[in-house]
Design a protein around this ligand. Structure first.
Ligand SMILES: Cc1cc2nc3c(=O)[nH]c(=O)nc-3n(C[C@H](O)[C@H](O)[C@H](O)COP(=O)(O)OP(=O)(O)OC[C@H]3O[C@@H](n4cnc5c(N)ncnc54)[C@H](O)[C@@H]3O)c2cc1C
Length: 384
């Protein structure tokens, strides 16, 4: 039994891992440079529908139980409606639905009338829609608070406002995590620092190809509550809050550099305007409602869009977890998988080979630039 695990990062991945490890009686310390859930994990769309992930089945099994397991509300609501406003969106939608259907999850096509009974604001001439009898969404802020409280209730330690600055290794293992508050000894480490995972792994000589991107969300004033909390389409993801506000986000990603441990957060009004315009295209009958809030979050992205989740051979007491933009919804399952990787060396409910780091062997140091993921620069914008 590993006796003390240090988890770097107090986002959904780190806190869920801490929760599952504490349930097994393992001592955990979560080290967070700011406030738990303050980065992407508390700022996202709340979607929990990832049929292309090997952790999908566990994601779907666990979400309906999370309020009871954690002892606090996550505001999880099951099901999801997907709307395609043109034929190319409909083609993409059908491909994703097939992935879920092949795993035994039910998708029901909706005609316009049935769709408008569920979501009265949908336009009259959409190309198609469906209700997924799986998936769902939760409130990211409530969920992250729930994870953190549950970890503390179980006796775990959370150190906020503490920056991890390095690692001590002895005999092929990490024995201590250096922070700006001093050294924390450990028997194992979980590296779950979102877009900063690459920088921290590099301190151990490990290359983790992750590029940071800013994404933004808008919130509208409240509208009458619909029975299904989440509906996607037109390149947007989002949900309705229990108060009735629509919280929606979507691309384009703005690539950014992370030169140090800080996370930039500015909101960029052209992106907000684009999200608002597309929301209006999706729900033309809501053209009169106002946007009342917006925020940005920074997402971690791997070259192939799949998470990295692996217990390494060297150092053999390190688990690396970088979720590549799907980390909120998968977090109940990811945390449980990480608990098993730490305590027994393998995950017995999902095949994680698909998420191993070695798939990137041979990737050059300029991979991000080569695929056009170039950080935004004020000089270039000025010249354009
Ligand atoms: C606008 C937006 C919408 C999204 N929508 C969805 C969605 O609908 N569904 C979904 O599943 N995912 C969504 N995502 C992606 C999802 O939010 C992330 O994949 C997920 O939150 C990653 O969680 P994490 O815990 O791995 O990383 P993070 O949430 O980034 O947490 C990492 C933590 O590590 C800390 N840290 C970093 N460096 C250090 C250091 N040196 N020392 C100490 N602490 C450190 C950070 O402060 C941070 O709190 C969205 C993201 C954004 C921004």
């Amino acid at each position: 039994m590993t006796s003390h695990v240090v988890i770097v990062g107090g986002g959904a991945t780190g806190l869920s891992s801490a929760f599952w490890l504490r349930r097994e009686g393992v001592a955990v310390t979560v080290i967070e440079k700011g406030i738990v859930g303050w980065e992407a994990s508390g700022r996202n769309g709340g979607g929990a529908t990832h049929p292309y992930s090997p952790l999908f089945r566990e994601e779907q099994r666990l979400w309906p139980m999370m309020d009871d397991l954690l002892g606090y509300p996550t505001e999880h609501r099951p099901q999801r409606v997907r709307i395609a406003i043109n034929q190319s969106q409909l083609d993409i939608m059908r491909a994703t639905e097939n992935l879920a259907a092949k795993q035994g999850f039910k998708v029901e096509e909706l005609d316009n009338k049935a769709m408008r009974e569920l979501i009265p604001w949908v336009g009259d001439d959409v190309a198609g829609g469906a209700i997924y009898h799986y998936g769902g969404q939760a409130n990211p802020q409530r969920t992250l608070q729930a994870y953190a409280w549950a970890v503390q209730d179980l006796g775990g330690t959370i150190m906020q406002h503490t920056v991890v600055t390095g690692f001590e290794t002895t005999g092929g293992k990490i024995t201590g995590v250096q922070t700006d508050q001093g050294l924390v000894g450990c028997d194992a480490v979980v590296l779950a620092a979102g877009p900063h995972t690459a920088q921290l792994a590099a301190m151990l000589g490990i290359s983790v190809p992750v590029m940071a991107a800013r994404a933004e969300m808008i919130v509208t004033e409240p509208v009458p509550l619909i029975s299904v909390g989440g509906s996607d389409g037109n390149g947007l993801y989002g949900r309705q809050t229990l108060r009735g506000n629509l919280a929606y986000g979507g691309g384009p990603h703005e690539w950014i550099d992370l030169p140090d441990h800080r996370t930039p957060r500015a909101v960029n009004s052209p992106v907000m305007r684009s999200v608002a315009r597309r929301l209006f295209e999706l729900f033309p009958k809501l053209g009169h409602i106002r946007v009342i809030r917006s925020w940005a979050g920074v997402i971690e992205n791997t070259p192939d869009g799949r998470p990295i989740l692996e217990r390494l051979d060297s150092p053999e007491n390190l688990v690396v977890a970088s979720m590549s933009s799907v980390g909120f919804g998968l977090s109940p399952a990811t945390g449980r998988a990480i608990m098993q990787l730490v305590t027994q060396g393998h995950c017995d409910f999902a095949n994680l080979d698909y998420l191993k780091l070695n798939r990137f062997e041979g990737l050059g140091p300029n991979w991000a630039e080569e695929v056009g993921w170039r950080p935004w620069s004020p000089e270039e914008e000025g010249a354009a």
